[in-house]
Design a protein around this ligand. Structure first.
Ligand SMILES: [Zn+2]
Length: 180
């Protein structure tokens, strides 16, 4: 692939049905739409939106071929809330629900490992995050900010993910939310 074509805009990469679905999700929340397309594309086995999602939003995710589930959680204060998980494989939702349903939110190494695995984070970045969260790295800020994991220093996997994340992020950014 030439330098030129790798930077081409991709208005027609996704068909109209997916464009309409992503537009509907973006009307609810930008991050929800971005996570949905990353998951649809298989870059993330599972995604978590840290809020309950209403029936119309759930129907859009289902139409995109994703399994959706609401998971009841607790804050460390004891306050309860619901989060929404979605993924292409029902098994990943089951693994997540088994670990976290009705559990308090925590940052233990076990949680970081399980979440990192399900959310498609590079193993090296997960291990580094457990040793030291947000350790300094040489990664460009504008690339780090579109990721959901913190890159480890000298990561060999994250740079290979960047073009895919950038393409999807740009698509969701550029997509108008007004009904055509
Ligand atoms: Zn890494």
């Amino acid at each position: 692939m030439t330098e030129r074509s790798s930077h081409q805009r991709v208005p027609d990469k996704w068909d109209r049905a997916i464009q309409a679905d992503i537009r509907a999700l973006k009307n609810i929340d930008f991050e929800l739409a971005y996570l949905a397309l990353l998951t649809h594309e298989g870059l993330k086995p599972l995604s978590r939106w840290e809020k309950p999602l209403g029936e119309p939003g759930q129907a859009v995710l289902t139409r995109m071929g994703l399994h959706v589930e609401r998971v009841h959680r607790k804050l460390r204060s004891g306050k309860a809330f619901d989060e929404t998980i979605f993924g292409r494989s029902a098994a990943h939702l089951e693994i997540y629900a088994q670990h976290f349903r009705n559990r308090a939110v925590d940052k233990s190494a076990e949680t970081v490992r399980v979440e990192g695995y399900l959310f498609g984070y590079p193993p090296c970045c997960i291990a580094q995050y457990i040793r030291q969260a947000y350790a300094p790295h040489e990664f460009p800020v504008d690339q780090q900010r579109i990721l959901f994991h913190w890159s480890c220093r000298g990561c060999v996997i994250t740079p290979t993910l960047i073009p895919h994340y950038e393409r999807i992020h740009r698509f969701v950014c550029d997509l108008g939310t007004a009904t055509p």
